[in-house]
Design a binder for this molecule. Structure first.
Ligand code: AKG
Length: 300
């Protein structure tokens, strides 16, 4: 049996979010955040003036990792206390705990100095959970975003679409492998994206959270040299199984399991199913150990 009181569907993904909020002690700001996330698959709030100093320290710490021609620095939190604290900011984790009904933990950070110009995608191709949809992304603006700097974009309401899997992209009858995403998935996903992208013109200190299946990406940079510093943090939630769908075949339960880091503690979070630890093979253990001991920051 699952641990008592843990929802099997995130509140923001279900149909009972309003009575749930009515029975909670949510503030007006939290209530707006949760209802926006439920309706649109994205929601924005402000970390407030108290976070300005932390944002400035996190921005300065990340700066030394960027390289010419590279877009992002992954897991700077392993080298920066400020990035670590910002990624796990209490106001953010409180919002997520309320919205999902389980305790969130940040497992990865991405610092950007410029726009990513990333194709439209949904994070559930990269990170997913059992039970499903206990995953989300948080995009923190480290400076004001201008329309010509290649803002983040999203498709409101896309979180409600059916999850697009590797087999929908034609990778069938076998486990997906490295290269299948670029060769098959990206274009197939793009063909089924509906509606107009909406740019996220955030001010410094604002946070945009997207739900697991919300379509998003980065718009083209219109002004050479424009910066758009941001910190993206990906979250999972307690007591789930964590896996990488790109290399998994969920229909036959062949999952590429993960042993995610816990950014706040520096440890790892062992996957659980129905409250019981799930056995892991040597690969995720070795990966977690390498990242932790090496304090690895990936720049790409
Ligand atoms: O910041 C961006 O332009 C996109 C970031 C993104 O899509 C992601 O990290 O999943």
């Amino acid at each position: 049996m699952p641990p008592v009181d843990l929802p099997q569907v995130p509140w923001i993904e279900g149909v009972s979010v309003i009575p749930y909020l009515d029975a909670s002690s949510a503030t007006a700001e939290q209530r707006r955040f949760v209802t926006d996330l439920h309706r649109d698959g994205v929601a924005v709030f402000d970390l407030g003036p108290d976070a300005t100093d932390l944002i400035d320290r996190a921005t300065a710490d990340a700066e030394r990792f960027f390289r010419p021609g590279k877009r992002r620095a992954q897991d700077v939190w392993r080298r920066s206390r400020a990035v670590r604290d910002l990624a796990s900011h209490t106001k953010l984790t409180d919002m997520l705990a309320l919205a999902y009904g389980r305790a969130p933990f940040a497992f990865q950070t991405l610092n950007f100095r410029e726009g990513s110009e990333q194709h439209a995608h949904s994070d559930v191709a990269h990170f997913h959970s059992q039970p499903p949809r206990f995953m989300c992304g948080a995009w923190i603006a480290l400076e004001d975003v201008t329309a010509d700097a290649g803002p983040l974009f999203y498709h409101p309401g896309s979180h409600r679409q059916r999850i697009f899997e590797m087999r929908d992209a034609g990778v069938e009858g076998r486990r997906p492998k490295r290269g299948d995403y670029a060769a098959h998935y990206v274009d197939a996903f793009a063909r089924q994206v509906a509606g107009e992208p909406r740019p996220a013109l955030l001010r410094k200190g604002q946070v945009l959270v997207w739900a697991a299946n919300t379509t998003h990406g980065g718009l083209a940079i219109q002004r050479a040299g424009a910066t758009r510093r941001s910190l993206v943090t990906h979250f999972f939630f307690e007591d789930c199984v964590y896996y990488t769908p790109l290399y998994s075949r969920p229909e036959t339960d062949e999952l590429y399991l993960r042993l995610p880091a816990d950014v706040r503690t520096g440890g790892v979070v062992w996957p659980k199913r129905d409250g019981k630890p799930v056995p892991l093979g040597p690969r995720p253990l070795a990966q977690a150990l390498r990242d932790k001991v090496g304090r690895i920051v990936r720049v790409d």
